[in-house]
Design a protein around this ligand. Structure first.
Ligand code: ASP
Length: 324
């Protein structure tokens, strides 16, 4: 049955120093195709009357399963040669939230985050405990070798050789964090369903060559992920430490709810705070009327959106992209 209530899904696949001359047409097409697949998967849920939460899960699982992004299959390696994954999710209607960090065997960490939210009394589980919980919930457990890709392994060897901590995507060795290179491919999604409910989720492998059980913003509610029907749903990507220190996702939502700041401006204010600390990245933001913003202060952010018309829009660089 036709329904005029707005539905909307926004996704990102990481922000960073993406150089035009380093991104071949073929590679750009591959990324945009993968983004479009994610948008189509999430849109199918929303168009059938599904919830924003299920749309976020569908969109993120698609990107976790793609080796192109630094989440799930194709995640970056830690210094010890492991893929240590993290993810978080939040429901804007109830402000229920779930997160996992430091997991190495859960095929789709975003599903584990959802299970923590819906099936436990907790918000965040880490390491082996999170894996045991995920297995008990019937989630797919894989051998850690499932996440291996040659490309990421080579990135680790380069990072070790240079003694750097690398984020995905960035071609430029210049860095806002000491000892850190700019390569990011974290994925995230925010959605609005036809019932007016918002949801947000984020998933990542974190940083290449990370050590000591480092956890970033992506699994931290209020930093990498936030959703509140009274304001907006937000997912972040960028220099995680600064996103934690600015409570970036909550900060953006709070400006909208408490100060009535327009959503794009709220995102820009948050990114300016992060820039003042020497960090950078991007935010996707969506309100319950379907207004949205995809803001970043890096040279590019893999991103896309889809609404009632079902036309997937994807883009990488600041200029307007074209529907795919
Ligand atoms: N924010 C992520 C982290 O710090 C990195 C990224 O966005 O790619 O782990």
């Amino acid at each position: 049955m036709a329904d005029s209530s707005p539905i909307r899904l926004i996704i990102h696949g990481g922000a960073g120093t993406i150089k035009r001359n380093k991104l071949t047409n073929e590679r750009e097409h591959a990324y945009r195709h993968a983004l479009a697949q994610s948008l189509i998967a999430g849109h199918a849920v929303l168009a059938e009357g599904g919830s924003s939460m299920d749309a976020v899960i569908a969109a993120i699982v698609t990107m976790e399963d793609s080796p192109l992004f630094n989440a799930g299959k194709g995640a970056v390696f830690s210094h010890a040669g492991h893929n240590e994954l993290e993810a978080s999710i939040m429901d804007g209607a109830t402000r229920m939230a779930g997160a996992v960090a430091g997991v190495t065997t859960i095929r789709n960490p975003i599903r584990a985050a959802q299970a923590v939210m819906t099936k436990s009394a907790h918000v965040m589980l880490i390491g082996q405990g999170a894996e045991t919980f995920a297995a008990e919930q019937g989630l797919e457990i894989v051998d850690p070798s499932y996440f291996y890709t040659q490309h990421r392994w080579d990135q680790l060897q380069k990072a070790i050789a240079k003694e750097r901590v690398l984020r995905d995507h960035d071609a430029d060795p210049g860095t806002p964090l000491p000892g850190v290179d700019e390569k990011r491919g974290t994925v995230g999604a925010v959605a609005l369903d036809r019932y007016g409910n918002l949801a947000a989720g984020t998933s990542t492998g974190g940083l290449t060559n990370k050590r000591y059980g480092r956890v970033g913003d992506s699994s931290i509610i209020g930093a990498g992920t936030y959703a509140d029907n009274r304001s907006v749903a937000v997912s972040a990507t960028g220099t995680g430490e600064m996103f934690i220190r600015t409570a970036a996702a909550f900060n953006t939502a709070a400006q909208v709810r408490l100060q009535c700041v327009p959503i794009a401006e709220a995102a820009d204010n948050t990114l300016a705070e992060i820039a003042a600390m020497g960090g950078d990245g991007g935010l996707i933001v969506l309100d319950m009327h379907g207004n949205y913003a995809m803001r970043f202060n890096t040279s590019g952010m893999y991103r896309g959106t889809i609404g009632n018309d079902g036309i997937a829009w994807t883009g990488v660089f600041p200029e307007t992209g074209t529907p795919v």
